[in-house]
Design a protein around this ligand. Sequence first.
Ligand SMILES: Nc1ncnc2c1ncn2[C@@H]1O[C@H](COP(=O)(O)OP(=O)(O)O)[C@@H](O)[C@H]1O
Ligand SMILES: [Mg+2]
Length: 228
Amino acid sequence: MSGSAMLELDRVTYAYGAVPVLRGVSLALAEGESMAIVGPSGCGKSTLLHIIGSLDLPSTGTVRLDGEDFARLDERALAALRNRKIGFVFQLHHLLPQCSVLENVLVPLLVSGVTPAGYQRARRLLDRVGLSGRLGHRPAQLSGGECQRVAVVRALINRPRLLLADEPTGSLDRASAEALAALLAELNRDEGVALICATHSRQLAARLGRVLSLADGVLQSGDGGALA
Ligand SMILES: Nc1ncnc2c1ncn2[C@@H]1O[C@H](COP(=O)(O)OP(=O)(O)O)[C@@H](O)[C@H]1O
Ligand SMILES: [Mg+2]
């Protein structure tokens, strides 16, 4: 595989006990590139994103981000790498219900301390996603689409190199899903952050640079007929 890729997976396998889910996934992603991973429920998309995000280590095979092999880092170094380099967005937003929009977005900065620059970035990104009028709202006071936009800003606050989104539009209505898909594609371009989305959405996949499908534990190019 190319030595210049930002993210490289080499023959990654993963099994839950005796049940193999990934059977040899190889993948290279360049800086700023975007990609959809599609496939039927249960094919292993979330498992693969967890491994790419260093939340789980592969059974065999290697994952490298900026040349660093995850298997050679201890838990502390992995946690630091995740906080600095990787942003996560899930199907459900996982915002803190008792915190405001602005506070939720600042949470990832608490590890290193909220600086004036960090605070300005939070304000700018929330403005960018159309939420500058909602800074003091609690998640329960927002729509599903607005909550997902907050989750996206929270994921981007530390200027990650890689944004991982697991069915980010999966619980939104069609119009909100379309808006979020457009937003993710724009942020990928404007913020220079690489983007991998696991999705069933044709609208979202169509906005990303490449579509790969996960079937029988391996990745193939094309949607494999899996898109809704
Ligand atoms: N914690 C777990 N323990 C055992 N099996 C699991 C666990 N998580 C997922 N699986 C199984 O692994 C397979 C892939 O799951 P997942 O990665 O969630 O797929 P997808 O995200 O594509 O729906 C499924 O068969 C699922 O049942
Ligand atoms: Mg999943």
